[in-house]
Structure formats: structure tokens, C-alpha cells
Ligand binder design. Structure first.
Ligand code: NAG
Ligand code: NAG
Ligand code: NAG
Ligand code: NAG
Ligand code: NAG
Length: 356
């Protein structure tokens, strides 16, 4: 895979380059002072287990002078280094999405991803005093004033509504009232999962409404699926896909159970300093991922799936653990910033520019 975007100004070369942020600008494309911040030639070499990109033994075009493996070079770590440019999101993003509104919608993992995007852009903006943040109810907005670009987050852990009624707080699996606000944006990135198994004091509802029935509780996975279907129907019938691009981000994994990665005695991520090598997670995808994929596959409209679950499962080293400013409790749910959500946003960026 390799394709040019926006004439000659940007190029994406292969999946490996998407991961390494291979999105760049040619000289002259950015304003004075910004250019140096988007230099794909500045960076370092990192080990990538998926390398080399081809098996030289199978390539018949190599001159004898160059065919190291064939002529006896025994070490092969040198084959595994991938170039990692320093900057992953270019000023190009700001110009390309000038005047746009981009909204992340969901739980605190949406906040995680939103903050990553804000920081990625903050790093490449030339006048950082022209960045403003404001809070309005469930919406927090960071405005990049020079580009009239708003990066927003809308807190809605379930996507469907919780309403206060006489009996108490009711989680309504069939109701999605904030959609009228969501659909006014140019790009929306949804997610929901984290809150579905909450109970006791952490559960922000007293009853759950499923169709005509009001229940004290129900199978949470079934409830999750029903809410996703409500969301999917809303997307299908209410969002104008000529105006708004819709993404759903896959389930963000947690790392509290070492059994998942073949370390059965581990119960949190406090000692994890390295990703899982290779590209498969021993325990496979969580059940919730299959529910998400099942519902999304039934949506006729072109909702794009940010399939970040597996790549994030490999990053047991990416969570704050006790290094958070709240109460030093063990957090193997959220992600450090900078960190894994930067990659989610690179993939979002790659998806956006590959079709615009
Ligand atoms: C490269 O191909 C040769 C011939 O098929 C095979 O013997 C060798 O194991 C391959 N090397 C790697 C690293 O896959
Ligand atoms: C979206 O664009 C297509 C093709 O330009 C057009 O046929 C369709 O009517 C548009 N839909 C809406 C809702 O404007
Ligand atoms: C986290 O795991 C470490 C070692 O695996 C253990 O000593 C510690 O008690 C755990 N902390 C919490 C909060 O679970
Ligand atoms: C998402 O990625 C995982 C891991 O590569 C894969 O198993 C799954 O089929 C993918 N889902 C979709 C809908 O492409
Ligand atoms: C610590 O803060 C987290 C996140 O706000 C919260 O979920 C948790 O209950 C808190 N723990 C304690 C012991 O206060």
C-alpha cells in the first residue's frame, strides 16, 4: 500500500510508515518557523519485530556485493530497525482541517484520546498563545484560534441517556438525545464500554429501561449491545455523511489480569515496562470487541472503525499505574499522555487523509 495525498505534499508509505508517522510536508508547504517541527528526517531507529520488510533470500535481484545474508552474515538484529521520525502529526493537519470541528464522544478514554490530539497539535502550532480552552456543560473545547479549529470532547460514558425520573436515575437503552449536538461536527469519534459493568456506588443509574420495560438490572453485555444498536440506528438515520465523518474507536483494553498475557500471578500493570512482542495478544480480543464489531458491521453507512484494541492490548506498559496525580491508586485502564493514544490519533489522521 502506498499512495499520494494532496498532490505531492503528503505521502503515506505502507502500514509501517503510518505507524511511524510517515506523513509529511514538502519544503515550502508550511509557514516560516513551522517547517522544522515536521521533519521526518529527524528521529531515531527503533526495533520493530515485524521487520525486515521482505526476506532477501526470496528476492532474485540482489547483487552479490549486497546480499549479506546469503554470503554469511550471521547476526540479524540489524534487519529489525525501523526509522521513527520525531514528529508524528504535522502542521499540515492544522491547515487541512482549518475551520473544522472535531469531537471525541464517550467516556474518560475519549478524554484520553482528545488530550493526546490536543498535545500533538500544540506541539506543532507556531503561536501557542493562540490556543484556548473552555468548558460548557459536558463539552470541553480546545480552540486553535489561528486555524479556527476546535478539538472537543463530549463526556457521555454510555452514549445513550440517563434521565432522572420519579423512581430514580434511569439508563435508557433506546434514547440518544445528545445526537443533535454531535451531528453538527465535521468529524466525530465515538466510543463506549468502560462503564457498562459498573455497579454499587460507581454505577450512576438506579434502573435500566429496555424497550417498555424498566428493570433493576440486566445482563450488561446485552445492555451494551442494545445501546450500540440504538447508536447505530441514530447514525444511520440522522447523520449527514456528506458533512460529517464518523469513527467508532474499538474497545480500549485494561491490564489487571496477567493471565491474559501469560503471567498468571500478575494483578496489575505496576511492573510493566515493555510491550508484548509480536503482534498477537495471548488471550485474544475481549468479548466486548466482538459485540462492537458485530454491531458496526450491520451499519449501512460508512462508519469507520478505529481498530485499536489489539495494538493497545500489546501495550501493558502504557498505563499510568500509580503515577497519576489523583490518589496514586493503581490505574491500568487509562493511558499515559504522551503514549498509546498518540498512535490512535496517528491512525485516525491516516484514515482521514487517505480519503480526503
Ligand atoms: C526466507 O526464505 C527462506 C527460503 O524460503 C527460508 O528458508 C527462510 O527461513 C526465510 N527467512 C525468514 C526470516 O523468514
Ligand atoms: C450526499 O452527496 C451525494 C452525492 O453528491 C448526493 O447524491 C446525496 O443526495 C447527498 N446527501 C445528502 C443528505 O445531502
Ligand atoms: C500491584 O502488583 C504488585 C506486584 O505485582 C503488588 O505488590 C501490589 O500490591 C499490586 N498493587 C495493587 C494496588 O494491586
Ligand atoms: C481488528 O483487528 C484485530 C486484530 O488484528 C482483528 O482480529 C479483527 O478482525 C479486526 N476487526 C475488524 C473489524 O477489522
Ligand atoms: C482514586 O481515584 C480514582 C479515579 O478518580 C477513583 O476511581 C478511585 O476510587 C480513587 N480511590 C480512592 C481509594 O480514593
Amino acid at each position: 500500500m502506498g499512495f499520494w495525498v494532496q498532490g505531492w505534499s503528503c505521502i503515506l508509505v505502507g502500514v509501517a510508515m503510518i505507524f511511524s508517522g510517515g506523513m509529511c510536508l514538502a519544503k515550502g508547504e508550511v509557514g516560516e518557523g513551522e517547517e522544522g517541527k515536521c521533519d521526518i528526517y529527524e528521529g531515531s531507529w527503533v526495533v520493530d519485530e515485524s521487520y525486515p520488510m521482505y526476506n532477501s533470500t526470496l528476492c532474485p535481484h540482489i547483487r552479490r556485493e549486497f546480499d549479506c545474508q546469503k554470503y554469511g552474515r550471521l547476526d540479524n538484529l540489524y534487519l529489525r530497525y525501523r526509522w521513527q521520525p520525531k514528529t508524528v502529526i504535522c502542521p499540515d493537519f492544522l491547515r487541512r482541517f482549518k475551520g473544522k470541528k472535531i469531537m471525541y464522544i464517550g467516556d474518560s478514554i475519549s478524554v484520553n484520546q482528545w488530550q493526546s490530539m490536543v498535545c500533538l497539535l500544540h506541539a506543532v502550532v507556531s503561536d501557542q498563545s493562540r490556543i484556548f480552552q473552555n468548558v460548557n456543560g459536558p463539552i470541553t473545547t480546545v480552540i486553535f484560534q489561528d486555524y479556527d479549529l476546535s478539538i472537543m470532547v463530549f463526556r457521555s460514558p454510555y452514549l445513550v441517556d440517563i434521565e432522572i425520573e420519579e423512581i430514580g436515575r434511569v439508563l435508557k437503552l433506546d434514547s440518544l438525545k445528545n445526537g443533535d449536538i454531535w451531528k453538527t461536527n465535521d468529524i466525530v469519534i465515538f466510543n463506549t464500554w468502560l462503564w457498562w459493568y459498573r455497579s454499587g456506588r460507581a454505577q450512576p443509574w438506579d434502573y435500566i429501561q429496555d424497550g417498555d420495560q424498566i428493570k433493576k438490572d440486566m445482563d450488561r453485555m446485552v445492555a451494551f449491545k442494545k445501546a450500540l444498536i440504538t447508536w447505530a440506528k441514530w447514525v444511520d438515520s440522522n447523520v449527514d455523511f456528506n458533512k460529517t465523518q464518523v469513527f467508532f474507536r474499538g474497545v480500549s483494553p485494561t491490564h489487571y489480569d496477567g493471565k491474559e498475557w501469560d503471567e498468571p500471578r500478575v494483578t496489575n500493570c505496576s511492573k510493566e515496562t515493555q510491550p508484548i512482542s509480536g503482534s498477537t495478544y495471548p488471550s485474544g480480543l475481549p468479548q466486548s470487541s466482538y459485540v462492537v464489531e458485530g454491531v458496526l458491521s450491520g451499519v449501512p453507512k460508512p462508519v469507520q472503525f478505529l481498530n485499536i484494541t489489539t495494538l493497545s492490548q500489546l501495550r501493558k506498559d502504557g498505563h499510568p499505574s500509580m503515577y497519576n496525580g489523583v490518589n496514586r491508586s493503581m490505574d491500568c485502564t487509562h493511558w499515559c499522555i504522551a503514549g498509546v493514544p498518540d498512535t490512535w490519533n496517528q491512525l485516525l489522521y491516516a484514515a482521514l487523509i487517505s480519503q480526503n
